[in-house]
Design a protein around this ligand. Structure first.
Ligand code: SAT
Ligand code: MN
Length: 589
């Protein structure tokens, strides 16, 4: 047959995959609109997707996953490196030989009667020296169409590879979507990913978490750069200065909202502007100027739908108005559009819920799954930064870590220096969300928001962060934020969303040494007077209460971190154990 590539490794990979899975047919995706349109049509004919109201939502489609297949499955996600030790204590590990064999047994013959699609894609701009190419084979049209939004898909990727270039191999087979045989396997030493028995986003859009974080974090460690679970945003000041921030939060903790923030009115009037470079993943390297530079390797947003509305995130909502795939939201049969909790109040009288059942506000269940998603092209986003298409990316002024913590962690604090900043990232913990299967609202450690995504030993990952600090002569300042403080009744104590601009402003002023701070046991905390509350009905006392560093709580936290750190053994960098000792001592003062 005539192949669209001369790359022998691609051809061998596709042939091997086909030999194993036995598809009736192989379709080489070329990224053309014509081919994608034909696939959309086919998916609508088979019921895999529904066409939404094309006047209100042009180019938008709807998809329901299987009921048991609605989130990432962390307990079935493995790092398969040769030495178990190298996967570390925070990852599941399987011997690569065993894993390849097991996956082969599961996938054998599973594409019989089906088509296998071959998707060439680039993470990052095609042709940028910092981008990386992947090839995913899959038997799902849904995956093809999502990948065509989330990554840069096209034959130009093969040109990048030439005859002999290497790429990340991704094999995906839906099989019978059996949760007992669902495996998301990473072979960092072979640049290979295998995903079987799922058809949900994070498990099957292999360019995203599997490649751009798990495989890429390992590549970054070996090649001297970083792959992080971070949004990237730009702030333009009234005087025209631009600053860039990367921020790591666990899944479903508001990265998309922060990345697309609209500042409060008086900031807008003064001329402040926020632009989005990325909402989920940052690839970061040291620039020639000794600063850290970040690019967003993705090409779209796979955002959480519930809670998105024209107040919380008008930019994201606008991004979903065309060319978007909605997954597991509700359908409004009155006009064949979509709905999810929080979109409008009150809810429509009648909906079809994410399971396909008739729904009314009295149904007593959620109409949209809490982890329902939109896959929207980045170009749709009204506040997309020009830098989104820059090969060099953007220089970072600040790095922000943040988790979902009802207590203890103040609204914002600044680390004392790079190494202490790494410590601050390493001690992140956050309440679990619906983005992964399992209980939600459970507090767990999630260092740098990378617990589910680090492709190697977390202790080595910390050491890599410390090393990177030595390579930058002008490092970004590192902060921690917590938008999620609650009172005794479980009410949030900070308005969040656009008002987070007030905290962002303090952070950027700190980067310019333009505002003072109080030194506390955990780092620098703002004086309440320095957070702008203009136009907000909000008391200084409440603000003070969420800026307060409670030494007793932090002392207990330090003891708990000590326990958490134990698992890293002698891989824990001394810089971090020193910071922990200082924290404990500061709390006892
Ligand atoms: O499902 S994804 O992993 O792509 C999204 C997320 O959980 O952050
Ligand atoms: Mn994410």
């Amino acid at each position: 047959m005539a192949y669209p590539t001369k790359n022998k490794k691609v051809i061998a990979f596709v042939e091997e995959s086909a030999k194993l899975a036995c598809p009736d047919k192989i379709v080489w995706i070329d990224g053309s609109e014509e081919q994608l349109a034909a696939l959309r049509k086919e998916a609508c004919e088979t019921g895999e997707m529904l066409k939404l109201n094309q006047e209100k939502l042009p180019g938008c489609y709807y998809h329901r996953t299987a009921q048991n297949d609605v989130a990432r499955v962390e307990d079935r996600t493995f790092i398969c490196c040769r030495e178990k030790e190298n996967a570390g204590p925070t990852n599941n590990w399987m011997d690569p030989k065993e894993a390849y064999q097991m996956c082969a047994d599961i996938a054998r013959g599973q594409m019989k009667g089906r088509t296998m699609y071959v998707i060439p894609y680039s993470m990052g701009l095609i042709g940028s020296p910092f981008s990386k190419i992947g090839v995913e084979v899959t038997d799902s049209i849904y995956v093809v169409l999502n990948m065509a939004i989330m990554t840069r898909v096209g034959l130009a990727c093969y040109d990048q590879l030439g005859e002999d270039g290497d790429f990340v191999k991704g094999f995906h087979a839906k099989c019978s979507v059996d949760p007992e045989k669902r495996y998301i396997m990473h072979f960092p030493e072979d640049d290979t990913i295998i995903s079987v028995n799922s058809a949900y986003g994070g498990n099957v859009l292999l360019g995203k978490k599997c490649f751009a974080l798990r495989i890429a974090s390992y590549l970054g460690k070996t090649e001297g750069w970083m792959a992080e679970h971070m949004l990237i945003l730009g702030v333009t000041f009234p005087d025209g200065r631009k600053k860039y921030v990367a921020a790591a939060f666990p899944s479903a903790c508001g990265k998309t909202n922060l990345a697309m923030l609209i500042p409060p009115k008086h900031y807008l009037e003064k001329g402040y502007k926020i632009e989005t470079v990325g909402d989920d993943i940052a690839w970061i390297r040291v620039g020639e100027d000794g600063r850290l530079w970040a690019v967003n390797p993705e090409n779209g947003f796979f955002g959480v739908a519930p809670g998105t509305n024209d107040k919380s995130n008008p930019n994201a909502l606008a991004a979903t108005k065309k060319g978007t795939i909605f997954t597991n939201v509700a359908i409004d049969p009155a006009d064949n559009t979509v709905w999810w909790e929080g979109l409008t109040k009150p809810a429509p009288e009648k909906l079809i819920d994410w399971l396909g059942n008739d729904w009314t506000p009295e149904s007593g269940v959620k109409a949209a799954h809490p982890n329902s998603r939109f896959t929207a092209p980045a170009v749709n986003c009204p506040c997309l930064s020009e830098a989104f298409n820059s090969k060099e990316g953007v220089p970072l002024d600040a790095i922000i870590f943040g988790g979902r913590r009802a207590t203890t962690t103040p609204l914002v604090y600044q680390s004392r220096n790079w190494d202490h900043g790494v410590f601050v990232g390493s001690i992140m913990s956050s309440e679990t969300t619906a983005a992964a299967t399992g209980a939600t609202g459970v507090l767990r450690h999630d260092p740098m928001a990378m617990k589910p995504f680090c492709g190697y030993h977390m202790g080595d990952y910390f050491a890599h962060w410390i090393e990177m600090g030595k390579k930058v002569t002008n490092p970004p300042k590192i902060f921690n934020v917590n938008w999620f403080r609650q009172d005794a009744n479980g009410e949030f104590l900070w308005p969040g969303f656009g008002d987070n601009m007030r905290v962002l402003e303090w952070i950027l002023n700190r980067c310019d040494n333009a505002v003072d701070a109080q030194e506390t046991a955990i780092g620098y905390v703002p004086y309440a007077k320095d957070i702008d509350l203009e136009g907000l009905d909000y008391s200084r006392e409440t603000l003070e209460s969420i800026l307060y560093v409670d030494k007793a709580r932090w002392s207990a936290e330090a003891d708990e971190i000590k326990e958490f750190y134990k698992q890293f053994g002698d891989k824990l960098p001394k810089e971090l154990s020193d910071c922990l000792a200082t924290l404990k001592a500061n709390c006892e003062k």
